[in-house]
Design a protein around this ligand. Structure first.
Ligand code: HEM
Length: 363
């Protein structure tokens, strides 16, 4: 089923010099305690230095207080500590992710991009606006049970690839790394520029894993899609725009049980998913595992999930599917806003983070 003949040819040039950075790092509770102990014992008792001591403690208290107040209520201060001391060169991180996308030509259709987009989405798509839990802050998919939730099958591949980058840039949080990788993959595969900000902080225990069942189940109906995405705070137009990411990648029998890409060019971001959904004739096909999916009557190598034809048959969803099938620019504009919103759900931004618009590596 590998569409190797359809792989785009990589024509990459050396990237431009990239020099921007911010001054954010994540430290473990032990490192934080160490820093705090050091300061307390070393601070001398002279009055001038007492002022410094007071300011220093106020700053530490302020940072902790900030975190406790602004993050998801359930994530405790003791478990995550962020301090503005070191810098992460996010442009360099972007460049390194972009360079590894095609490092294994035997993987799927020749790019790790699609599975990285899925990682960014599954890390973020657990958000619940009412309880303010889930989302990319915390990167709780590092822990069981979330790592082994059925919906996350196959995403260990994506997490493992990014470990190499994390080893070289240990001060980036996993939540920032995973979402930046999603942005990078979309851009490098021809999608729109998606502005990205750092600010996610890592949970240090499994305690904050979200319950199973927060991500969509492809065998259910369009009402289920609404339940899942309304819970995050999206409307019908945003749901359809986000689903356009299925222009990328494919289903794997050993991950979701479904099989095949949504259209013939699965490593190129485009509005082709909407064209396929609205212009082709989809027929049901039984799968060896007992399930079923839709396939294109004229090319049974390409597929649609049961829930996607239900979305097509829903008047409100169909309106946007047809709009994006006709107008790729409008799709890119709406996808950019919706994907940025998705990866920022529940993130405790302070408001002064630099927003990056990364250059693609062959720009
Ligand atoms: C209606 C909601 C959605 C459903 C039911 C759904 C379901 C699925 C399923 C069953 C797969 C196949 C997994 C596998 O076998 O490897 C998949 C893959 C994928 N999904 Fe979704 N998805 C939804 C929404 C989204 C959204 C919102 C995004 C991103 C914005 C997204 C991005 C992707 C990508 C890029 C892949 C390909 C992964 C790869 O090639 O490894 N999906 N999705």
């Amino acid at each position: 089923m590998v569409l190797s003949s359809l792989r785009p040819v990589a024509t990459r040039h050396l990237p431009r010099a990239m020099a921007l950075s911010t001054r954010t790092t994540v430290r473990t509770p032990a490192a934080f305690a160490q820093a705090r102990r050091g300061f307390a014992t070393e601070a001398p008792k002279k009055s001038g230095n007492n002022v410094l001591l007071f300011l220093g403690l106020a700053a530490l208290g302020g940072a902790g207080g900030y975190y406790y107040h602004n993050s998801n209520q359930s994530v405790k201060k003791a478990e995550i500590v962020q301090e503005k001391t070191k810098s992460v060169d996010y442009n360099q991180v972007y460049k390194e992710i972009a360079e590894l996308l095609e490092e294994n030509p035997d993987y799927d259709d020749g790019s790790y991009g699609p599975v990285l987009v899925r990682l960014a989405w599954h890390a973020s798509g657990t958000y619940d606006k009412d309880t303010k839990t889930g989302g990319s802050n915390g990167a709780t998919m590092r822990f069981d049970p979330e790592a082994t939730h059925g919906a996350n099958n196959g995403l260990k591949i994506a997490r493992d690839i990014l470990e190499k980058i994390h080893a070289k840039h240990p001060d980036i949080s996993y939540g920032d790394l995973w979402t930046l990788a999603g942005v990078c993959a979309i851009q490098e595969l021809g999608g729109p520029k998606i502005p990205w900000r750092p600010g996610r902080q890592d949970a240090m225990t499994a305690e904050h894993c979200t319950p199973d069942g927060r991500l969509p189940d492809a065998t259910k109906k369009e009402d289920h899609v609404r339940d899942v995405f309304y819970r995050m705070g999206f409307d019908d137009q945003e749901i359809v725009a986000l689903a356009g990411a299925h222009a990328l990648g494919r289903c794997h029998p050993d991950r979701s049980g479904f099989d095949g890409p949504w259209q013939e060019a699965p490593t190129m971001f485009s509005n082709e998913y909407f064209k396929a959904l609205s212009e082709r004739t989809w027929i049901k096909k039984k799968l060896p595992n007992g399930g079923w999916q839709y396939v294109d009557k004229n090319n049974d190598m390409v597929m649609m999930l049961p829930i996607e034809l239900d979305m097509w048959n829903d008047k409100s969803f169909r309106k946007y599917i047809q709009l994006y099938a006709k107008d790729q620019d409008k799709f890119y504009e709406d996808f950019t806003k919706a994907f940025k919103k998705l990866i920022e759900l529940g993130v405790p931004f302070k408001g002064d983070e630099k927003e990056y618009v990364f250059e693609t590596i062959n720009q």
